[in-house]
Design a protein around this ligand. Structure first.
Ligand SMILES: *Cc1c(COP(=O)(O)O)cnc(C)c1O
Length: 419
């Protein structure tokens, strides 16, 4: 019997939907432990893990320095709900990577970071509308659970029950990578737009990098119309380069959302930006935001040691070397499209080149992906359990492991395509 059909106190058998493995029609993987590049199930089977805590684990599982820092911090007190030196250090480390940042507010999740950034943008501009792009994920706050209305640039419709249409209607959804639609929307409604929020490399519909000029257009139009540009770098921050997608593409937003890697595997999020915007947050300013656990001592210890090791070992160069092993084996594969940006990558079962937006992503053969996923799993490779999720590299992997994995992936792509 599937574990998610067994009577469970957990809703759907899980605490977050993708873990149910429904998109690939498999049983959930129940993890007993994890170390380095591997996770182990309850039967002791070992899997090379490309989920990597959904991108949070840039140093791999249970990195000794992170474990030690967490143990030490916990032994000095797990929760203060008060100030401590580790939070200042983490804010400093984040600001050091993004020179235009004066202030950081640590929160408990990427969801909170994005929610807070949009609230700030509305406060700064006195406007309501938030523009997002189809296929981008910014957490599960009401205003982000919105799908495209008919006709493209119409106001959003709720994509989840329980989201009031009044709230969905404060979000406008546009196709990713479509500069023309962005220009048109601003020309028509520029004075109502508080913010544009975007994953500067989309990673929640598989990896879809920005087309040259797309981010620049967002920067230009938001500046012209007095709206704020928010980069949601919860996934890409410290992953596609030290200074994120902003640094990689040389486009600087007004507000930056971070998460995942900066917590070293513990729950975290952050909003960051210049003082004139950030100082609107309470207690400095009138925009309310708070958190019992925000910037706690254990998560800050994990984040600080992670970012320190990243700098000391120049992990971005290392991830690039690992990525090139995959490039060699996978970029010439037929019938699939392999896309990589730094330490994140995707395989789309799709002919005709890399997809540019969600509509193109949706043309992929999800049934072929599901077959592929199951066979990889049986061969000890854990791919993300959905064709719409990114695969992640980490520094616990090495070239030999990836060489072997890439060969297996090659073989099984061909098989899965045959059906
Ligand atoms: C993971 C993710 C979030 C949500 O972060 P949580 O910590 O799961 O709330 C938001 N935006 C992006 C781009 C993400 O990848």
């Amino acid at each position: 019997m599937r574990r998610d059909q067994v009577q469970s106190y957990l809703v759907g058998g899980v605490n977050s939907p993708v873990r149910a493995f429904r998109a690939v029609d498999e049983e959930p993987l129940v993890v007993a432990r994890a170390e380095g590049p591997f996770v182990y199930d309850e039967e002791g089977r070992r899997y090379l893990d490309f989920i990597g805590g959904w991108g949070a684990l840039i140093l791999g599982h249970a990195h000794p320095a992170v474990v030690e820092a967490v143990e030490n911090a916990a032994s000095r007190g797990i929760c203060f709900g008060l100030s401590h030196p580790g939070e200042e250090e983490l804010a400093e480390r984040i600001a050091a990577a993004f020179p235009w940042i004066d202030r950081v507010r640590l929160v408990n999740s990427g969801t909170e970071a994005c929610m807070t950034a949009v609230r700030l943008a509305r406060a700064v501009t006195g406007r309501t509308l938030c523009v997002k792009f189809e296929g981008c994920y910014h957490g599960h706050a009401d205003g982000f659970l919105v799908k495209m209305g008919s006709g493209g640039a119409t106001l959003g419709l709720p994509s989840s029950q329980g989201v009031p249409s009044e709230i969905a209607g404060t979000t406008v959804v546009l196709p990713y990578n479509d500069e023309g639609m962005v220009r048109r929307l601003f020309a028509e409604q520029g004075e109502e737009i508080a913010a544009v929020i975007v994953e500067p490399v989309a990673g929640n519909m598989g990896v879809v990098p920005p087309r040259p000029g797309f981010l620049e257009t967002l920067r230009e139009e938001t500046r012209r119309w007095g709206a704020l540009l928010i980069f949601d770098e919860v996934m890409t921050g410290f992953r596609v380069s030290r200074d994120g997608a902003a640094g990689r593409f040389g486009v600087w937003p007004d507000l930056l959302c971070l998460g995942k890697i900066i917590g070293g595997g513990l729950p975290i999020g952050a909003v960051a930006g210049p003082a004139e915007i950030m100082d609107l947050l309470s207690p400095a300013g009138p925009v309310y935001q708070a958190g019992t656990f925000a910037g706690g001592p254990v998560v800050c210890a994990a984040g600080n040691v992670t970012l320190r090791v990243c700098d000391e070992e120049d992990v971005w160069a290392l991830l690039e070397r690992l990525g090139r092993v995959l490039d060699r084996h996978l970029s010439s594969l037929e019938g699939v499209s392999y896309v990589r940006c730094g330490g994140m990558w995707s395989l789309f079962f799709l002919e005709g080149g890399a997809p540019l937006d969600f509509q193109e992503v949706q043309r992929q053969d999800s049934a072929a992906f599901a077959r592929f996923h199951a066979v990889l799993r049986s061969r000890g490779i854990l791919a993300p359990p959905s064709a719409y999720e990114a695969w992640f590299l980490n520094t616990a992997m090495d070239e030999a492991l990836l060489e072997e994995a890439a060969r297996t992936i090659r073989e099984e792509v061909e098989e899965a395509r045959r059906g």
